[in-house]
Design a protein around this ligand. Structure first.
Ligand code: PEP
Ligand code: MN
Length: 347
């Protein structure tokens, strides 16, 4: 059972509900959302006059299994990372190298992607490489470089955390913790990341269903951390022509099931530099709240994922296109709600 209480509810009201559930042997959890409302999730149902109080504005006996991630108790939630906001209607562009290689490489890339329109910097310090003989990243030194470059450029940084033992050190340097495709179902990692309270970028496992992905988000939120942004990054297909198949079906589907922002990674989702721009455009048209793209000057000399790396010049074109498409999709939505004709508006 889901119970939502508004921001005016005293803490004692939640305590009362939790105590009632406990007395009945029903487990409960509570999460405070950015708008001040609190959602209580009960692993069972019960009735009490407390549920009639005016501060209780929603009681759902039947709902999806991901109680906190479900769209059944709120529409679009906004996740803030420093000055950047996901889910506010303006798509976010995150860009940077696949892997942090050196101070010079990261600074040059950060300045170039910022100039191209990115507002957040990506870069791996701990890398999940397919081969144990490939460059594994600079580790803590990479984290320090990311933190330094954030100071120089003002851009918040997102970087991957690979194991629960790294969560603390990554959280102390990064503005957002990335949980990668290969770790989407690593529940100890999800829980530990959740407990930091830091925003989490949760990539979809490349063989995970949308429901499994949302349940992974639930692990983070159930720790009291509603600041989760989902990222579709491609699933395994049968055709070796592509590294992965960017599953854009998942974007409108996920957005219809959850209130969390959903962004798209057309770099890993295609694995082919030439496909990044068209799929970035398609992702925005499908309703994505942002894009994460691998880009740095001299893309061909990147130590990791050079074949899908794009130049900052190309990124600038993607940024413009992203904002132009978002204007049209937002206009379409507001036309639908006001019953206006989009053709008249764009004419
Ligand atoms: C990445 O973004 O650096 C990465 C490794 O992505 P994924 O987990 O989607 O493969
Ligand atoms: Mn990469």
């Amino acid at each position: 059972m889901i119970v939502r209480v508004n921001e005016n509810a005293p803490g004692s009201l939640c305590e009362l509900l939790i105590q009632t559930a406990t007395d009945l042997g029903i487990e409960s959890r509570s999460v405070q959302f950015g708008d001040g409302s609190v959602v209580l999730g009960f692993e069972g149902q019960f009735d009490t006059p407390v549920l009639e109080r005016t501060e209780v504005d929603l009681v759902l006996a039947n709902h999806r299994s991901y109680m906190f991630a479900t769209r059944e108790h709120r529409t679009n939630s906004i996740v803030a990372v420093g000055t950047v906001t996901f889910g506010s209607g303006t798509p976010v562009l995150i860009a940077g190298p696949c892997v942090v290689e050196s101070r010079e490489q990261l600074l040059e890339a950060a300045l170039a992607v910022k100039q191209a329109g990115a507002t957040m910097l990506r870069g791996g310090a701990f890398k999940p490489r397919t081969s144990p003989y490939s460059f594994q990243g600079l580790g803590e030194r990479g984290l320090q470089l990311l933190a330094d470059i954030r100071e120089q450029t003002g851009m918040p940084v997102v970087t991957e955390v690979l194991e629960p033992e790294q969560v603390e050190v990554v959280a102390s340097h990064a503005d957002m913790l990335q949980i990668g495709s290969r770790n989407m179902a690593n529940t100890p990692l999800l829980k530990k990341a959740g407990r930091t309270g830091k925003p989490v970028l949760l990539k979809r496992g490349f063989s995970a269903t949308v429901e499994e992905w949302l349940l992974s988000a639930e692990y983070v939120i159930a720790e009291g951390n509603p600041n989760v942004v989902l990222c579709e990054r491609g699933i395994r297909g049968f055709d070796p022509a592509f590294r992965f198949n960017l599953d854009l079906n998942a974007v409108p589907l996920a957005k219809s099931l959850t209130h969390l922002p959903v962004i798209v990674d057309p770099s890993h989702g295609t694995g082919i530099r030439e496909l990044v721009a068209p799929m970035a455009a398609a992702a925005t048209a499908a309703g994505a709240d942002g894009l994460i793209i691998e880009s740095q000057p001299h893309p061909e000399s990147a130590k990791c994922d050079a074949f899908q790396m794009i130049s900052p010049e190309e990124l600038a074109g993607i940024s413009q296109q992203m904002h132009a498409i978002a204007v049209i999709t937002n206009a379409k939505e507001s036309c639908a709600s006001q019953q206006l004709d989009i053709a008249e508006l764009v004419a």
